[in-house]
Design a protein around this ligand. Structure first.
Ligand code: C2O
Ligand code: CU
Ligand code: CU
Length: 538
């Protein structure tokens, strides 16, 4: 059966099959297949006509019914069914539809919207084909040849959930199977996102399209005068690369035995699945919930007008007060809650950029009288966790290991491989400081499951001295976090040659979780470690 569907796929893509399809199996794999990679032309998105497609507004998922809470059978909870399958989705009017993986027929998947304190059950259903869209590197931990190519497990990023519902990377399941997760939603309102987390192939599964948003609301936030309804628009940003005939391409290294690449960067940025979409807006304020769903790309969002954007929230919810920002930095996995005021731009066209020149979408402001209205000056208090409440500080290195030829081999956290014994074992309900000592030349967006944290500071240190002596010699004073990140976070940019300190209370549940770099290529090559929250008294 799989042989037949494989042939069918190859036929629909004349001459290009080897470039971005996975190799069938070890027996039939030949280095020859990789040579297609260089011969398939990459689409130059600048050749496409801009702003001809309307921005897709992502659908809200509807519960399929109710079911009993497994932890408390008397309680009935809304029950969602989210089906992962292969779909065709066109990124632009003039591009052929690309084979993509989505949830309930779309990528990004439907938005799940919930109320704080009202738990839900979600059945994640794997209805994917048996053949992967991209080349798997069987040398990576967890993706060995004895593992099936297509497998998935879904994690809700930023959610405080019991360990069995967290989507542990090794808890993947196959096409035809599903897994039911319980999300209690006992946390402040924020924009979370769900995505695949399967060990060793998570970069390929998310790149194929397995991601979507999950929004928690509550009455306190609803009572604030923030734009809502048609004035509240989620925007999911992902960088991609397409072939000239519109299919997704993912890069492979020149070495056919080790196709993993250390970072993927695309030349085409999708907004809600489209290239260069436009959105018609009224001369009013809009709230945009932004997610950077890219594998490795960092964005610096700006408006073409040069006007500041009001940043109202970060990963884990509202900031204490709006922060006017001419540039909104957004690393992989991070969210930004933004309010853009179009009330003085009646009849104009503005563009959103991700760098000094790169435009990604357009806002067409209708003519008319401003429907601006008031805007809150205070949002939600963020009480700092005091350093003195920490029972422990852990020093954890971020380190890259290179081959003699200078190629990146692997990156490790705390110098440990994934399968080494668990070393980070905070006790439930205690506060810890984690000092991330970045020994590499790159920024790593570090993410902890289960908890929200605050950034204490970043401090420059002497890398050379650390390599020689294994001790920290600081080169300057600690720098406090920027106001744009001075709220509750779950992903932090750990800058090179800096010690980044974060502080968290390990509350919610005892059990096994993970922390990792959110550059998906790093995560898939062991820049991920388990941690275990120990129940009080263990
Ligand atoms: Cu975005 Cu381990 O997650
Ligand atoms: Cu997560
Ligand atoms: Cu990294």
């Amino acid at each position: 059966m799989s042989a037949l569907s494989g042939a069918g796929l190859a036929k629909s893509l004349p001459g290009a099959a080897g470039a971005f399809l996975s190799l069938p199996t070890s027996e039939t794999a030949s280095p020859h297949a990789f040579q297609f990679a260089a011969s398939v032309e990459t689409l130059d998105p600048d050749k496409l006509k801009r702003y001809v497609d309307p921005l897709p507004i992502i659908e809200i998922a509807r519960p399929a019914g109710t079911r009993s809470n497994p932890a408390n059978p008397a309680e009935k909870l809304p029950f969602y069914r989210m089906v992962m399958s292969e779909i065709e989705s066109s990124a632009h009017r003039d591009l052929k539809p690309a084979r993509t993986w989505g949830f309930n027929g779309s990528s990004p998947g439907q938005v799940i919207e919930v109320q704080r304190g009202r738990g839900v059950l979600v059945e994640w259903v794997n209805d994917l084909p048996h053949r992967h869209l991209f080349t798997i590197d069987h040398k990576l931990m967890g993706a060995e040849r004895d593992k099936p190519d297509v497998r998935s497990v879904v994690h809700l990023h930023g959610a405080k959930v019991p360990p069995e519902s967290d989507g542990y990377p090794e808890s993947w399941f196959l096409p035809g199977k599903s897994s039911i997760c319980h999300y209690p939603n006992l946390q402040d309102p924020c924009t979370l996102w769900y995505h695949d987390h399967a060990m060793g192939i998570n970069r390929l599964n998310i790149y194929a399209g397995l991601l979507g948003l999950y929004i928690i609301r509550d009455e306190v936030e609803d009572a604030l005068d923030l734009p809502r309804g048609e004035y509240e628009v989620p925007l999911v940003l992902c960088d991609r690369k397409f072939s000239e005939d519109g299919q997704l391409m993912y890069d492979v290294s020149p070495n056919p035995d080790a196709p993993w690449i250390s970072e993927f960067y695309g030349n085409a940025t999708l907004v809600n699945g489209k290239l260069f979409p436009y959105l018609e807006v009224k001369p009013a304020r809009y709230r945009f919930r932004m997610l950077n769903g890219s594998n490795a790309q960092f964005f610096n969002l700006t408006l073409s007008s040069g006007e500041p954007i009001a940043m109202i929230g970060t990963d884990q919810g509202l900031l204490p007060a709006p922060v006017p920002a001419k540039i909104v930095p957004l690393g992989p996995g991070e969210r930004a809650d933004l309010v853009i005021d179009f009330s003085k731009s009646s009849g104009q066209q503005l563009t959103l950029k991700i760098g000094p020149v790169e435009e990604i979408m357009q806002f067409r402001v209708a003519r008319g009288r401003s429907t601006g209205g008031s805007f809150p000056e205070r949002l939600r208090p963020v009480v700092p966790i005091s350093e003195t409440s920490a029972v422990r500080t852990r020093e954890l290195t971020l380190r890259e290991y290179k081959s003699p030829k200078g190629e990146s081999m692997t990156m490790l956290l705390g110098g440990a491989h994934w399968d080494m014994p668990v070393t980070e074992t905070p006790t439930l309900d205690t506060v810890e400081i984690w000092s991330l000592i970045n020994l590499t030349e790159d920024v790593h967006p570090i993410h902890l499951h289960l908890v929200r944290f605050q950034i204490l500071d970043r401090r420059p240190f002497d890398q050379f001295h650390y390599f020689m002596k294994g001790e920290l010699k600081y080169l300057g004073a600690p720098l406090p976090p920027d106001p744009r990140e001075a709220g509750w976070k779950d992903t932090v940019s750990a800058h090179p040659q800096m010690v980044t300190r974060i502080i968290a209370r390990f509350e919610g549940y005892a059990g096994r979780y993970v922390w990792h770099c959110h550059i998906l290529e790093h995560e898939d090559n062991e820049m991920m470690r388990p941690f275990e929250v120990l129940g009080a008294g263990t």
